[in-house]
Design a binder for this molecule. Structure first.
Ligand SMILES: C[S@@+](CC[C@H](N)C(=O)[O-])C[C@H]1O[C@@H](n2cnc3c(N)ncnc32)[C@H](O)[C@@H]1O
Length: 362
């Protein structure tokens, strides 16, 4: 229930009353008797009114994927049930993936998530070396680097992620994993974008642990002059960074000159001709915490990479292998996931593109 106060007038609106207003207006504005008499509002106002319950559910945190954590973050632990394998719905899931997945030849969430991470790794052409993984969530993409048979083991792996609960979970899972090789693993809790004057976490370094906690930002520059990465990877996260362009510039400085590669599963925005859908997509981007500076199309994305100095740039639109499989899967998971699937569908129809991006430091 929402209360609006305009001087002495106070309105109490529930989501259902907003829908009724929307439906009322739609019926009357289209009837021949009333159409001349009513003030014409833009079409997107109807759509907004009809979508009111949706937006209310988001604001109230009733849609799990859009609920904020106590740290004000979008993500939390809601994704764990999605990782349950069919027929094995009891006990904790083996994986804790949290991306939209690459749904070619599978309808199973963890398989699709792993497939997306593998596509990113293959775009990076990782041949061993020093690897940085940003937005690593609960650590599955790090574990992939540490043990997947089709990926060459890195010399060192460094990770940055912003949410403390994910950070600790990833650290614990790597420490408990049965790994054949001991690969130095350093994790940093904080924003993927380095900002002068910001302290990392208040955590202290644990010298003896398998996984050490970094106190200095891996993308710090100047500083860390000897720390170069052969590849920097990010699965389904860079569109959140404030801003992604600043992050790309910092990546460039930290990649090995002449060979270091960046590979991201990311999102672009290329508005369709429908203005209402564009507006809605922008509202959804705001809810999904995508800064407006990141709402650019593939051409502008390529230009910004070129301007920074990257070459061998590839930007591949994989929307058709991501959104339809992901939303079809969500629609099998209950009403709140259906609402979330609808939000993703609107985002896609309004111009949201899912892309694989790779580029080399020249
Ligand atoms: C959609 S999840 C992807 C997680 C993981 N890559 C996976 O595939 O399971 C996005 C992740 O990026 C992290 N993230 C979001 N904004 C970030 C930022 N500014 N800096 C670092 N990590 C960020 C979130 O905490 C979350 O773990």
């Amino acid at each position: 229930m929402y209360c609006f106060s305009l001087g002495p007038i106070s309105l109490r609106l529930s989501s259902s009353s907003l829908v009724l207003v929307g439906a009322w207006y739609t019926i009357f504005a289209t009837s021949s008797v009333w159409s001349g008499a009513l003030i014409r509002l833009p079409k997107w106002v109807f759509i907004l009114l009809l979508l009111a319950p949706f937006l209310m559910a988001v604001i109230h945190g009733r849609i799990p994927h859009l609920r904020r954590t106590p740290e004000g973050e979008l993500y939390g632990g809601f994704h764990l049930p999605l990782n349950m394998l069919p027929g094995r719905e009891y006990g904790p899931p083996e994986t804790e993936w949290l991306n939209m997945g690459y749904w070619e030849n599978t309808t199973i969430f963890p398989e699709a998530c792993e497939a997306l991470a593998l596509r990113v790794a293959s775009m990076a052409c990782v041949h061993s070396g020093h690897v940085l993984e940003v937005g690593f969530g609960c650590g599955d993409s790090l574990l992939l680097q540490l043990r997947h048979p089709s990926i060459p083991r890195p010399v060192t792996i460094t990770g940055i992620t912003s949410l403390p609960s994910h950070f600790h979970r990833a650290k614990q899972r790597i420490e408990q994993a049965d790994l054949k090789e001991k690969i130095p693993t350093r994790l940093f809790l904080g924003d993927a974008v380095f900002r002068e004057g910001t302290n990392p976490s208040s955590l202290t370094a644990e010298q003896e642990a398998t996984v050490s906690i970094m106190e200095s930002h891996p993308l710090r520059y100047p500083g860390n002059e000897t720390l170069y990465f052969d590849s920097i990877l990010g699965v389904d996260c860079a569109y959140h960074f404030k801003t992604r362009n600043l992050f790309l510039r910092q990546c460039y400085d930290r990649l090995t000159p002449g060979s270091g590669r960046l590979a991201l599963a990311d999102m672009c925005f290329e508005p369709t001709s429908s203005t209402p859908l564009t507006y809605l997509s922008k509202i959804i981007a705001f809810i999904l915490r995508v800064p407006s500076a990141n709402l650019i199309g593939r051409r502008a994305y390529r230009e910004s990479l070129e301007k920074i100095g990257f070459d061998e740039i590839v930007i591949e639109d994989i929307s058709s292998s991501v959104y339809s499989g992901f939303t079809a899967f969500l629609r099998t998971r209950g009403i709140m996931w259906v609402l979330f699937a609808n939000i993703i569908t609107i985002w896609h129809k309004g111009g949201g593109k899912f892309v694989l991006v790779s580029a080399r430091r020249s």
